[in-house]
Design a protein around this ligand. Structure first.
Ligand code: FEO
Length: 397
């Protein structure tokens, strides 16, 4: 299998997971990649990151296209999550002469994941000379695990930041300019929404930390998706600046689950009321919508309105599941609201409201709850209930 040049001394030797469709609950219709990089000096060669366990042979085949894996001198573990570290022991068997290094927290993580495996610690003061090229390290706790670390090759001006600046996207091309900037930025945004949203402040600080080093950067080579170089770096940094600032626009997301169509009818009325106020709105049926797609849409929206009928005194499980997903991502600075129908016992909208508040949504209006099939008057009331949210998000400018 081929390796792909990233710069004079660095080659991509990762794996392409074309058919991954679920990354711990985050749907990945385009699959993903597990990127690893071979940095070759005149005296030593380093492998930056490994891959998910079942892709080790693909990584080794790409390494063999340029050298004997047994001649690799160093393995850098930037992050211990199994999509990058799961194959470490098998890679080490093929590279028996390699030192293995990780951040201080990464050393503990490798030992815990790999039954006591001992590796060496590196930090911001360390430089590993490979002969003509060298590696520096920047521990990045909580971007996005405690062990996360960036690796930098000064001579090649290449930053390898692991999950930061990543995207779940399989492609035959390796660079953002090759797959097309619009697609690359959209996949970057989806990844940020579903993985990094609760860590916006830490990610912004990470970018500041890199800037403070004064490192010159011509290429950013993350561990998932495409590599960013040249003119794509500007849009990459601009996108991350917008995302970490939590930028939103006059937009509302309405999502619902329905039993017999009444909550669906209410949802459409709510959407109509929002649109009539001139505010952008998207409507999603949770029964058929990938939650990663919904969450990406929520990212730059100012309000989430969730609808569910009442079943057994509570909300439908798809609505509960999405609230659980959001409780980890903790969207900030957004309005929330609940609506839904019921037969003989209400309860869903109260339950949804409580959970939205617990997550951090502000609920400026009472939920809209309605019995049996919505009448003409109730549809009009739902429409007005949506319109008041539209007016509220316009005031958030
Ligand atoms: Fe791609 Fe946090 O692992």
């Amino acid at each position: 299998m081929r390796s792909i040049p990233v710069s004079d001394a660095i080659r991509w030797v990762g794996a392409i997971d074309w058919n991954l469709r679920d990354f711990h609950g985050y749907e990945t219709p385009r699959g993903t990649t597990y990127n690893a990089y071979l940095v070759r000096g005149t005296e030593k060669t380093a492998l930056i990151d490994t891959v998910k366990g079942r892709f080790v042979e693909e990584l080794l085949a790409r390494v063999r296209s340029v050298m004997d894996p047994a001649d690799v001198d160093l393995i850098v573990v930037n992050h211990v999550e199994p999509d990058h570290n799961g194959g470490l022991r098998r890679v080490m068997r093929a590279m028996p002469n390699a030192r293995v290094v990780a951040s201080r927290s990464g050393v503990a993580g490798v030992a815990e994941y790999h039954d006591g495996l001992e590796v060496e610690s590196v930090g911001a003061d360390d430089v590993i000379d490979l002969g003509g090229v060298s590696l520096r390290f920047l521990p990045m706790p909580m971007v996005h695990w405690p062990d996360s670390m960036f690796t930098y090759c000064a001579e090649e001006r290449v930053l390898m930041p692991n999950d930061a600046f990543g995207a779940h996207m399989a492609s035959s091309e390796r660079f953002a300019d090759e797959v097309g900037l619009d697609l690359a930025v959209e996949e970057l945004t989806i990844y940020y929404a579903n993985i990094l949203m609760p860590l916006g402040k830490q990610v912004a600080k990470a970018v500041e930390k890199v800037v403070a080093t004064g490192w010159e950067i011509e290429t950013i080579a993350p561990s998932h998706g495409v590599i960013w170089r040249g003119e794509t770096l500007g849009p990459l940094f601009d996108t991350y600046a917008r995302l970490t600032a939590g930028e939103t626009r006059e937009k509302i997301v309405v999502a619902f689950s329905t039993m017999w169509g009444s909550t669906d009818t209410l949802a459409r009325a709510v959407v109509d009321g929002i649109a009539a106020e001139g505010v952008e709105v998207d409507l999603f049926d949770l029964a058929v919508t990938p939650i990663a797609h919904l969450t990406r849409n929520l990212l730059d929206s100012r309000a989430l309105l969730l609808g569910s009928p009442t079943l057994h005194h509570g909300m439908l499980y798809r609505v509960a599941g999405y609230l659980q997903y959001l409780s980890g991502l903790k969207p900030q600075g957004k309005l929330g609201g609940a609506f839904g129908s019921y037969g003989w016992s209400s309860g869903a909208t109260k339950q949804i409201s409580g959970q939205l508040e617990a997550i951090g949504f502000e609920l400026p209006f009472e939920p809209y709850t309605q019995k049996y099939r919505p009448s003409t008057e109730e549809i009009a009331a739902a429409r007005e209930w949506g319109a008041q949210y539209a007016r509220a998000v316009k005031e958030m400018d």
